[in-house]
Design a protein around this ligand. Structure first.
Ligand code: UDP
Length: 368
């Protein structure tokens, strides 16, 4: 019997691990897959709704570590996760994405000699001011199996001297979730609930520290979002970090009526909003991929992206942080200057199946 433990902590992790969990259920009980939730994102809207909507079991382990500084959070996850590993002794851990939980769990497993599989390995923004970039570099250096979503990931890992045998191009588990939930996504009633119409609104999300931590920039961003309402409604589900910064800087009353400020939205409703938007403006990582899959125009307000395939062949426009350029780009897209875009290779809904198969073969060989 093989025992595998996946470690999740934040919203995008839950979406990525759901298809992996389901793929292991097809091994007729020969592989036991357990889930450890570190508690990084913990409330109803950032955590529970994703377990419910994506039909995942309650986590087997819950570490209850949230908030604090990066070092403090990483350290507390390491201390708590070590206890779980010593008790459970899994054959392998799986870590998705690039959050602090990903890196913390990898360090602990690596020191206990437990193999690590990194789902969404090899992505690089080459911007070490992003905490996620540090998490990616450390996790990839320690991982035994590196599962890749796009060609750039293979190139980066080769360049970093990672053994070719560890690298597996499998596709994108976030897109697996999207494909398998499309029928339910289509049934969402969120447009009616919000009183808005298909293709008549811009969907916005912002949560990266580089965009939301500086109050001066944040104020300029609000002015820009207010201007967007000239094109229709602006729908803005606000991440808790961003909301805190709005509140601390007394910025909430700077929004005009054209911007619908919402709490974070559940997966099915959010993807319904994404699929039917005239345009998405974001600094999210995963949303750049989902819009590319759905063929929806996306403006990324960042100077770099670790997901270049979404720009090279997808519908993502990497505009940078200069808000004048963002404004011009929105205007040009709304005038019809859109990118056609294609779906990247292997974003076909079967990434998790491939991951389960590689892991199963790897662990069989290890045990021989
Ligand atoms: N998402 C969601 N509700 C929201 C905002 C985002 O379900 O209100 C989903 C989105 O579809 C994507 C994931 O959350 O699957 C992206 O998470 P986030 O932007 O927080 O993280 P990142 O991808 O930037 O690491």
């Amino acid at each position: 019997m093989i025992k595998i433990l996946s470690v999740v902590g934040a919203r995008p992790n839950f979406i990525k691990i759901s298809p992996v969990h389901k793929a292991f259920q097809r091994y007729n009980g020969n592989i036991i897959h357990k889930i450890c939730h570190t508690g990084q994102h913990f409330d109803e809207k950032m955590s529970k709704i994703f377990f419910d909507e994506l039909e995942m079991p309650k986590p087997d382990f819950y570490l209850g570590v949230s908030g604090g500084s990066h070092a403090g959070q990483t350290a507390r996850i390491m201390i708590e996760f070590e206890k779980i590993l010593l008790e459970e002794k899994p054959d392998m851990i799986i870590v998705p994405g690039d959050v602090n939980s990903t890196m913390a769990a990898s360090i602990v497993a690596s020191k206990l000699g437990i193999p690590i599989a990194h789902v969404e390995a090899g992505l690089r923004s080459f911007d070490r001011t992003m905490p996620e970039e540090i998490n990616r570099l450390v996790t990839d250096a320690l991982s035994d199996l590196l599962f890749i979503t796009e060609d750039s990931g293979i190139q980066h890992l080769r360049h970093e001297g990672i053994d070719e045998k560890k690298i597996h191009f499998v596709g994108n588990v976030m897109i697996d979730s999207l494909i398998s939930y499309l029928p339910k996504i289509d049934q969402s009633e969120i447009l009616t609930e919000l009183g808005i119409e298909k293709l008549k609104y811009i969907l916005v999300t912002f949560h990266r520290p580089a965009n939301v931590d500086d109050p001066v920039y944040l104020k300029e961003l609000i002015n820009l979002l207010n201007d967007f309402s000239a094109y229709g409604h602006v729908v803005f589900p606000v991440h808790p970090r961003t909301r805190n910064n709005f509140e601390e800087n007394n910025l909430l009353d700077k929004f005009t009526g054209g911007v619908l400020l919402l709490d974070p939205i559940g997966y099915l409703d959010f993807l319904h909003l994404t699929k039917n938007a005239s345009l998405v403006v974001t600094d999210s990582g995963g949303i750049q991929e989902e819009t590319t899959f759905l063929g929806v125009q996306c403006i990324t307000v960042r100077d770099n992206t670790e997901r270049p395939v979404t720009v090279d062949i997808g519908t993502n426009h990497l505009i940078g942080k200069d808000l004048k350029k963002v404004k011009a780009s929105v205007a040009s897209i709304m005038e019809g200057k859109v990118k056609k875009g294609r779906v990247p290779e292997l974003w076909d809904g079967k990434a998790a199946e491939r991951i389960a198969s590689v892991i199963s073969d790897y662990l069989k060989k290890e045990s021989c």
